[in-house]
Ligand binder design. Structure first.
Ligand code: ADP
Ligand code: MG
Length: 269
């Protein structure tokens, strides 16, 4: 028998939706925190020039010495970019506004879609011991988001329970298919999670019915409720699980983590 050369790196999930304000960053942070609570070691990769995930996890701009810009464009190794957070076993690769020029700066590079994959699926990454990497994508289907989808094993889509929520989804799924046909044939949909869900409104119920009708089992049973504790937590540089551990928001992200780990990844779009 010959020695296996396969390295078992972390499972990589891109949290993506080209709409802003739908709960990508909130989901990346709190799902990460829930996975950590379950005993895993997790890295959040902040791929949004706004750096909300970095701020929300308490990393001041002055502490962002090396960033995801360096990871993509300077070939800085992941271990030199990651910083630890207040939460044990949760690290972040931070972002700054530098990243806003990344699209242009990557354009002339032949490997422009593959830069994040090169960085995250590097053999050395296994040694860092992460079980899971969550990539917080920018609100756009730009080259950064494509990099995330090329690097990832799956895409997790937060869907805000509002009118027009489903409209952008077909464009997103089209991008997933394009990435599959080119750089990343193994890319799967992890699932669609309804966010800021308000059970009392007909609209939310309607969005849920439409989403389940169109996407079936791709939609997680877990719905993340609109919960003020979730929106307050980042200003204390905490996950909602630390900020108010018994809140509805905390329970929802714990349930989402459990459901995700239990059910495995859906096959098709
Ligand atoms: P995105 O990263 O998609 O732009 P965010 O995660 O930053 O979206 O969320 C947008 C805003 O909505 C933020 O102010 C966040 O605190 C708030 N928010 C997100 N999810 C919830 C929720 N379940 N309940 C209440 N507020 C939420
Ligand atoms: Mg965000």
């Amino acid at each position: 028998m010959h020695e296996s050369r396969v390295t078992h790196g972390p499972k990589i999930i891109a949290v993506a939706n080209q709409k802003g304000g739908v709960g990508k960053t909130t989901t990346a942070i709190n799902l990460a925190a829930a996975l950590v609570e379950g005993g895993r070691k997790v890295l959040v990769v902040d791929l949004d020039p706004q750096g909300n995930a970095s701020t929300g996890l308490g990393i001041q701009p002055s502490e962002r010495e090396k960033t995801t810009y360096d990871l993509l464009l300077e070939k800085t190794p992941l271990q030199d970019v990651v910083v630890s957070t207040q939460i044990e076993r949760l690290d972040i690769a931070p972002a700054t506004t530098d990243l806003s020029s990344a699209d242009i700066d990557m354009a002339s590079n032949d490997r422009r879609s593959l830069l994040l994959r090169d960085a995250l699926r590097h053999a050395d990454v296994s040694a860092l011991g992460y079980d899971q990497i969550l990539i917080d994508c920018p609100p756009s289907l730009n080259l950064l988001t494509v990099n995330a989808m090329v690097a990832a094993h799956s895409v997790l889509v937060p869907l805000q329970s509002e009118f027009f929520a489903l409209e952008g989804l077909s464009q997103l799924m089209l991008t997933v298919r394009e990435v599959r046909q080119t750089a990343n044939p193994g890319l799967r949909i992890e699932g669609v999670v309804l966010t800021m869900f308000d059970v009392r409104t007909n609209l939310a119920q309607q969005v849920e019915a439409d989403a389940r009708g169109a996407l079936g089992d791709l939609v997680f049973q877990t719905r993340v409720p609109r919960n003020v504790r979730i929106s307050e937590a980042p200003s204390f540089a905490q996950s909602v699980l630390d900020y108010d551990t018994t809140s509805k928001g905390s329970e929802a992200y714990r349930a989402l983590a459990r459901e995700m780990l239990d059910r495995g990844v859906a096959e098709t779009v």
